[in-house]
Design a binder for this molecule. Structure first.
Ligand code: TYD
Length: 132
């Protein structure tokens, strides 16, 4: 699977830069939740789950990290290191995050509220759900 990258227009002027994220415009779903991951300790890897229904877009608004995606057939990686580039993550995609820079702020937009029952945190169960 090829991760779907979203180019975000930079509204820049002599003062600096601004990026706007708008539901059903450059973000392809209604936004129900926004969270951000920051202060990630060196060497930490996180994620290691898929979502049954959730769609998300992730943007490294500062610093960089690597996201690994797995659709049960193929794995692929994206280095997020540009506040004008997001990655769309559909449902039933296993994701892992690694190689965070100390200054990384990973912003995530989601189309649903937090719901632990939407998570698949076990890779074997993820494959079972995909194939079953
Ligand atoms: P978790 O999903 O484990 O993070 P990762 O993206 O690395 O898999 O989330 C860490 C903790 O934060 C966990 O206890 C669940 C909680 N959490 C919320 O309460 N709301 C949220 O929107 C998210 C994403 C996590």
């Amino acid at each position: 699977m090829k991760p779907r990258l979203i180019e975000l227009d930079i509204l820049g002027d002599e003062r600096g830069s601004l990026v706007a994220l708008e539901a059903q415009q450059n973000i392809p779903f209604p936004i129900a939740r926004v969270y951000y991951i920051f202060g990630t300790k060196p060497g930490v890897e996180r994620g290691f789950h898929a979502h049954r229904s959730l769609q998300q877009v992730a943007v490294a608004v500062s610093g960089a990290c690597t996201m690994v995606f797995d659709d049960g057939k193929e794995r692929s990686e994206v280095r997020l290191d540009d506040p004008s580039r997001g990655v769309y993550i559909g449902n039933m995609i296993w994701r892992e995050m690694k190689d965070f820079t100390a200054d990384c702020v990973l912003l995530v937009l989601a189309d649903r509220h937090y719901d632990e029952s939407d998570y698949l945190r076990n890779y074997a169960e993820f494959l079972e759900q995909l194939n079953g």
